[in-house]
Design a binder for this molecule. Structure first.
Ligand SMILES: Cc1ncc(COP(=O)(O)O)c(C=O)c1O
Length: 404
């Protein structure tokens, strides 16, 4: 098609004209999708290798999830938590069981799950641990990404995320990620929680050294501190286990979940913990109009059931091996390093060859959509329904881009 007949350029211009520029999207305009494949307004097809930052672990429009959404749309969509609806208990019970915890508290976005965890940990600190009023602190890691609220960006170490959004919320201590001694040294008698990602996604899929997560568990136990695992991106099958913590046999005190919990259809987040932790909240102390709504619960219950089959975790583990083997073959051929677990990879592009953005633009021209971060890193997180042949196709296209 000749360029002036394409719909993409005008659609890109319109989007830029009418929105704040808080993102720098690739110049592609998607209009439909199925499984791992996206189609744009000009009928070009792309392999989705971002999966909505892991919100689409089950692929676009998974039939079981779409059926649950359709059925629920025809019955009941919203009640608020002022009343109980018939989808609520099943969702909470099934998610609690998946997590091996007593209770669940549903919210909508990942950032809200993080805010919930912070509030619960502080209240637990004052009411259960006996921390003096207003003195609670939470230890977090350098390079963290937990969301965009003013409290959460207060302890970000990314200046783009943080600068000029002060005054900042106090009560957070930042330590290097993966350094157990630094973590132990930062804990004092007023520490109520350690909040970390078991794998740092936005930082470039950074996997901590073996033994770190069990070490965090031990240090938390020794100091009567809650271990809050932000599994919003790493959880729900992405790494080849239900939770990234499972790789090290670690059980945190609280799971923070989001993204894939909504099946790529609705925003659904939640925290899961035992009654001695989540039980500190009483009516009126926390909530959300949309948190735990009927549509969200109907879809998320099916998500939990899909995970209950183990199929997606297995696919991620097996196909992840294939992906990582392929990517390792490109180290020294345009890639400096590859990290990750399961169907989740962070690739460092050799800056002498091209930037991460340039690599993503060239991949786009070859029908592959991925997203760069921090200059020269690309994250790959395809839907877990990707096939072996599609992985080989992805690796071949990346090889071609890096070869120039
Ligand atoms: C680990 C982690 N926590 C929290 C969030 C925030 O989630 P949301 O964008 O839904 O608020 C993200 C989003 O990328 C994330 O990766």
């Amino acid at each position: 098609m000749v360029d002036d007949m394409l719909r993409t350029p005008g659609a890109v211009r319109d989007a830029e004209r009418w929105t704040a520029h808080n993102y720098h999207p690739l110049p592609v305009v998607i209009s439909s999708a199925e499984g791992v494949w996206l189609t744009d307004v000009d009928n070009r097809r792309y392999l989705d290798c971002l999966a909505g930052y892991s919100a689409l672990n089950f692929g676009h429009r998974h039939p079981q999830l779409i059926a649950a959404a359709h059925a629920q749309l025809d019955k009941l969509t919203l009640t608020s938590r002022a009343f109980i609806h018939d989808q609520f208990a099943d969702f909470c019970r099934e998610l609690a069981e998946l997590c091996g915890k007593d209770l669940v508290l549903p919210m909508n976005t990942g950032a809200e799950a993080v805010e919930t965890a912070i509030k619960v940990a502080r209240k637990w600190g004052y009411q259960v641990k006996g921390v003096p009023a207003g003195q609670a602190n939470i230890v977090v890691a350098e390079g963290n990404f937990h969301g965009r609220t003013t409290t959460i960006v207060s302890f970000s170490t990314d200046e783009d995320a943080r600068a000029d959004f002060g005054p900042y919320t106090p009560g957070f201590t930042v330590v290097p990620y993966g350094d157990l001694d630094a973590l132990a040294a930062a804990i004092d008698e007023n520490t109520v929680a350690v909040l970390i990602e078991p794998i740092q996604g936005e930082q470039g899929v950074v996997v901590p050294p073996a033994g770190y997560l069990p070490g965090v568990r031990r240090v938390c136990d020794e100091n009567n501190v809650l271990f809050l695992a932000d599994e919003i991106q790493s959880g729900l099958g992405r790494t080849g286990e239900t939770f990234a913590c499972d790789h090290e046999g670690v059980t945190p005190d609280m799971y923070l979940l989001g993204k894939a919990l909504g099946g790529g259809i609705v925003p659904v987040s939640a925290v899961a913990a035992n009654a001695d932790v989540l039980g500190v909240l009483k009516p009126g102390q926390h909530g959300s109009t949309f948190g735990g709504n009927p549509l969200a619960c109907a879809v998320a219950t099916e998500v939990v059931r899909l995970l209950g089959t183990g199929e997606f975790q297995r696919r991620s583990a097996e196909l992840g091996e294939r992906l990582h083997a392929g990517l390792r073959g490109l180290v020294g051929k345009g890639l400096l390093a590859v990290r990750g677990r399961g169907l989740w990879a962070g690739l460092d592009i050799d800056p002498a060859v091209m930037t991460g953005r340039q690599a993503c633009e060239r991949l786009m021209e070859r029908g592959i959509l991925a997203k760069d971060t921090h200059g020269s890193t690309i994250r790959l997180a395809p839907p877990l329904v990707i096939t072996a042949e599609e992985i080989d196709h992805l690796v071949a296209q990346l090889a071609a881009v890096l070869a120039g």
